[in-house]
Design a protein around this ligand. Structure first.
Ligand code: GAR
Length: 188
């Protein structure tokens, strides 16, 4: 399965996929390209591995630019790994059932525009939730609204802060991202 990984941040989820390919957990997956919407550490991780890497800076036409780069590469799956641009309805329709996203909460709670990174964890703590988690889901035009593929939760302990939730989410994301890709490898 040829995948394109879209990134905006530190790229720990990208690294997780690279590591899973290296250690044989993902036997039938190849990262054909990495696409970033901004300058970020994920680009370094990608270039370190000689993965074809594209930086798109024209935010208005982002979806068109991404589509242009994907063309002709026979990409089976696009993985949004901490990717913060909202893709156009046209793009999500064209790649229907071929885009997945990882979200740092138990959707459908704490999703939608503006719900990313620490904003999510702050909202979860402010609501006094006893559990949080992460979700991998298909991407549709509605932000964070597509069908859920895998979810995993963890307990929020008394006194947990944003940093603690970030760390716990990171652990859970590592596991469910690989399991989601494995599940979809079977389709290709
Ligand atoms: C991840 O926790 C991911 O769930 C979150 O950004 C982080 C990216 O980390 N994504 C969102 O909040 C999207 N709504 P990374 O760049 O180190 O992989």
């Amino acid at each position: 399965m040829k995948i394109a990984v879209f990134v905006s941040g530190s790229g720990s989820n990208l690294q997780n996929i690279i590591d899973a390919i290296d250690d044989g957990r993902l036997k039938n997956t190849e990262i054909a390209m990495v696409i970033a919407d901004r300058d970020c550490y994920a680009i370094e991780r990608s270039l370190d591995r000689d993965i074809p890497t594209y930086l798109l800076d024209e935010r208005k036409t982002f979806s068109e630019d991404a589509d242009y780069n994907l063309n002709g590469e026979n990409i089976d799956l696009i993985v949004l790994a901490g990717f913060l641009t909202v893709l156009s309805a046209e793009f999500t329709q064209k790649w229907k059932n071929k885009i997945i996203n990882i979200h740092p909460a138990l959707l459908p709670k704490y999703g939608g525009k503006g719900m990313y990174g620490e904003h999510v964890h702050k909202a979860v703590l402010a609501a006094g939730e006893k559990v949080s988690g992460a979700t991998v889901h298909f991407v549709t035009a509605g932000v964070d609204e597509g069908e859920i593929i895998i979810q995993k939760e963890f307990k929020i302990e008394k006194g947990d802060q944003v940093d603690d939730l970030q760390r716990k989410v990171g652990e859970v994301e590592k596991e469910i991202m690989i399991n989601a890709i494995l599940k979809l490898e079977g389709r290709s």
